[in-house]
Design a protein around this ligand. Structure first.
Ligand code: DX5
Ligand code: ZN
Length: 215
């Protein structure tokens, strides 16, 4: 499994130290939750905060844009560390064009769907995305309760991936902790986001190692 701890739950006044902790534990990515107060009812932080880590970490960025008109801001998130930029299907009037724009910078393109959005809206894009992010809470806040009823989407996307030979990574985000991560992975999720379950631990590197024990 790939673990992408969300810095939304980190201590912003000690961001560098908090990044070092997940690096030490063996995290695979840094999940960067960007919220605009329009697409979701909360504002988090923007590209300058993410860029303040440039050159200070070797972990790649897994950027999750919960913003309207993402095409206007993609370029701001392009850095040497940026591995994935994920936009919301619900925020895009021309999803294909946004995915192409992300890829034009040499960055992997992801699409995310909210709990109320079925996977069928992604028809026609399965061979054009590098990652599909299934939200297992309503986007906007860390620390919410995991929605079990979203697991079927991972099962569907995983079966489709095998059947059709697609190569998107299946990621899930929201409310994942050590009590449900096993079910998440066995449903077909390959990349796990965890915010409060990682940064709420008294020993953050050890918590990352506990997650990484799951295959
Ligand atoms: C929710 C964010 C998530 C969130 C995860 O809108 O996209 O990445 O920070 O935090 P936890 O793991 O606490 O639900
Ligand atoms: Zn997220």
């Amino acid at each position: 499994m790939l673990l992408s701890p969300s810095i939304l739950s980190a201590d912003f006044s000690a961001l560098f130290e908090d990044i070092k902790k997940i690096e030490e534990g063996g995290a695979d990515y840094i999940h960067v939750d960007v919220m605009d107060g329009h697409f979701v009812p909360n504002i988090s932080f923007g590209a300058p905060v993410m860029k303040s880590l440039n050159g200070k970490t070797k972990l790649p960025y897994d950027v999750h844009l919960m913003i309207e008109n993402p095409e206007k801001y993609i370029k701001d998130f392009v850095t040497d560390n940026t591995a994935f930029i994920t936009v919301h299907q619900e925020a895009c009037s021309d999803l294909g064009a946004v995915l192409e724009l992300i890829r034009s910078y040499g960055i992997k393109a992801g699409v995310s769907i909210k709990p109320g959005t079925p996977t069928s809206v992604l028809e026609g894009f399965f061979d054009k995305v590098d990652l599909i992010l299934i939200m297992s809470v309503e986007p906007g806040f860390g620390g919410q309760k995991f929605m079990e009823d979203q697991l079927y989407k991972a099962v569907e996307l995983s079966a489709l991936k095998k059947e059709m030979g697609y190569d998107y990574v299946i990621e899930m985000d929201g409310g994942i902790d050590l009590t449900n991560v096993e079910r998440v992975l066995s449903s077909g999720v390959e990349m796990v986001v965890a915010g409060s379950a990682v940064y709420g631990a008294s020993d953050v590197p050890e918590r990352v190692r506990e997650f990484k024990k799951y295959r």
